[in-house]
Design a protein around this ligand. Structure first.
Ligand code: BG6
Length: 284
């Protein structure tokens, strides 16, 4: 079942419920901010101090960073992570699939406003499949008659029981760019958190696993080879918008991305799709 609701402040959300899971998606930003399997607990972290409000990005869930990830290379005054987090998508379709899962597709087209920031014609579709897994696919169609280049991320905030118990595996031996030291390094072992971490892992082809004291989650990516791992830790959390001081303890971002050398050039009238499939694993 998919229900479209308008909150009192005019903010539109979709509520999805099926035999596998429930989910909530904001039309602003094409932003899923709740996904919970029927037999499990919430997978996505959302800041308790983040409101659903027009013009403000939700702190948590899966923000879409598009058509650039991080700072804009040409103009540092443009918003970090692109302009889509506060753009209004519309519901293109929703349906129950044969296996009982729910598919929702949202669409954003270029507009006078988007062209004033990024002068290209495009269609941006985000497709969600709410099932035993959460699948999210972001497809960029270039409607210009020239190629354009994008970087992007499905900026997933995962809820964890305690950051001190978190281990991320699957990125061992991968090269990464450390945004804090601006140096390149190679990951030796599993990633653990004892300080701020802000890294872009490269050449990632296989699944990444997030484990805390209570569960494991598998993340499979397609159409990308970069994975961003981020936790702001104590000091940066205090400076962040819509985040309580202790927020870093219960969240970690593992972002499926096309970043750095993994930027994608899309030919005129062609598409590029980046996909993340997020599966909470059953413990033996
Ligand atoms: C991460 C970046 O992807 O997003 C961090 O690597 C950044 O450097 C974080 O702080 C949050 O960004 P924002 O724009 O949501 O505050």
């Amino acid at each position: 079942m998919v229900v479209l609701k308008k909150l009192e402040n005019g903010f539109d959300i979709l509520e999805i419920d099926n035999e596998f899971a429930s989910a909530k998606i904001a039309l602003q930003g094409g932003h899923i901010y709740h996904y919970e399997r029927a037999d499990d607990k919430q997978v996505l972290w959302v800041s308790p101090s983040s409101d659903l409000e027009l013009g403000k990005a939700i702190r948590g869930g899966i923000p879409l960073c598009w058509p650039w990830f991080g700072m804009n290379k040409e103009d540092e005054n443009l918003p970090q992570h692109g302009f889509v987090r506060t753009s209004l998508f519309h519901l293109e379709s929703s349906q129950k699939l044969e296996d009982g899962s729910t598919q929702v597709i949202l669409l954003l087209c270029d507009s006078k406003e988007s062209r004033s920031v990024w002068n290209h014609r495009f269609e941006l579709r985000v497709e969600f499949i709410i099932s035993d897994s959460l699948e999210i696919k972001l497809t960029t169609k270039n409607l210009d008659d020239q190629p354009f280049t994008i970087t992007q991320a499905l900026h997933t905030y995962f809820e964890v029981s305690n950051i001190n118990d978190v281990k991320i595996t699957g990125l061992e031996e991968k090269p990464y760019f450390d945004a804090l030291t601006t140096k390149g390094c190679v990951q030796k072992d599993a990633i653990i958190f004892e300080q701020e971490v802000d890294r872009v892992y490269q050449e990632v082809q296989d699944a990444v696993f997030l484990k805390d004291a209570t569960r494991s989650i598998q993340i499979n990516n397609q159409g990308s080879s970069s994975v961003v791992v981020w936790n702001p830790w104590i000091e940066k959390t205090k400076r962040m918008s819509a985040m309580n001081d202790d927020a870093y303890k219960t969240m970690v971002c593992i972002e499926s991305a096309n970043a750095l050398d993994d930027e994608r050039s899309i030919q005129a009238q062609e598409n590029h799709t980046i996909t993340a499939i997020i599966t909470p694993l059953k413990e033996d």
